[in-house]
Design a protein around this ligand. Structure first.
Ligand SMILES: [Zn+2]
Length: 298
């Protein structure tokens, strides 16, 4: 079965909005690019999935950055979602490995740490940014995001995030959902949704059995009238490029340029996506020569 990376938005007559994100392929890409340990895969996968859900929750925002900075061994977990559907992210210490919890699950809370802050930055199409912060409540990320949404944005939300890592460290399933009450939603309807959600069981198990989230919305909004608003494919993408790498090399001081020309090659790895850019000595010399020629002509 082909698993899709996508986000689907629904709304119900009872004024409840639900977004479901399926991110198995994207989390697997992140794992490969950053050589993530299982607990790092889980922490970054949950954070990136959370970023996709947050980016889509206001139509007038086009991007969001999450930084989960706890006191655990993983260091900070960074995830960006831009254009509402392009994801990237990294973990400060991607190879940290930790013992499983007694229930056999990955100990994300121990890796992230239970003390620290979740920082959320939202970007609007006008390039205005809004940053706000909330304390971490558990280090499990979903609860931390829900607490942030309630305290900083005054939106009561339920969020569930899950990443299942296989024995061979590949990602077996990843995804999540966000449920938000629109103004005017009734308490009894919210209580019904809360009860419905318990029927989903463990999200990772559900996604393993239903890789494209089949039937998930029917459980979450069981007994309600709802419709799909829209769906979008999600992508693992970064804003880095060879051109940006070259521009960075061109902006160096003269003595730094000369120092680089003593090396057989110069390389840079993008911290966000793990892409590696390499210029040989000759290519670097040609780059600087071309810039010097342009400078003379001006
Ligand atoms: Zn990059």
């Amino acid at each position: 079965m082909i698993t899709r990376n996508q986000i689907i938005h629904y709304t119900s007559d009872e004024l409840i909005r639900v977004s479901i994100a399926l991110t198995t392929g994207i989390v697997e890409k992140a794992r490969q690019r950053h050589n993530l340990s299982p607990v790092a895969s889980a922490a970054l996968g949950r954070t990136m999935t959370g970023a996709a859900l947050l980016a889509g929750d206001y139509k007038n925002h086009e991007g969001v950055s999450l930084k989960v900075a706890g006191d655990g061994l993983l260091g900070a977990v960074h995830a960006d979602c831009f254009d509402t559907n392009k994801l990237r992210g990294y973990v400060d210490n991607p190879q940290v490995d930790l013992p499983l919890k007694v229930n056999g699950k990955l100990d994300v809370a121990a890796g992230v740490g239970q003390h620290g802050q979740l920082t959320v930055t939202r970007f609007t199409p006008e390039k205005t940014t809004y940053t706000s912060q909330a304390d971490l409540v558990s280090g499990e990320i979903a609860e931390d995001i829900a607490y942030y949404l309630f305290t900083s944005e005054q939106v009561p939300s339920t969020i569930s995030l899950g990443v299942l890592v296989s024995q061979d460290y590949t990602i077996a399933a990843a995804g999540g959902f966000l449920v938000q009450a629109l103004p005017g939603a009734k308490d009894e309807d919210l209580a019904r949704v809360e009860a419905n959600i318990t029927q989903v069981g463990a999200l990772t198990t559900y996604l393993q059995d239903h890789p494209n989230g089949e039937g998930l919305i029917d459980i979450i909004l069981s007994g309600m009238h709802f419709k799909e608003l829209y769906r979008q494919n999600l992508y693992w993408r970064c804003t880095c490029s060879r051109q940006r790498f070259e521009n960075a090399l061109l902006s160096l001081r003269q003595e730094d340029k000369e120092a680089l020309l003593k090396d057989p090659q110069v390389e840079m790895t993008c911290q966000y996506c793990g892409a590696k850019y390499v210029l040989s000595h000759d290519e670097l010399a040609a780059l600087y020569e071309a810039a010097a020629q342009r400078h003379k002509q001006n």
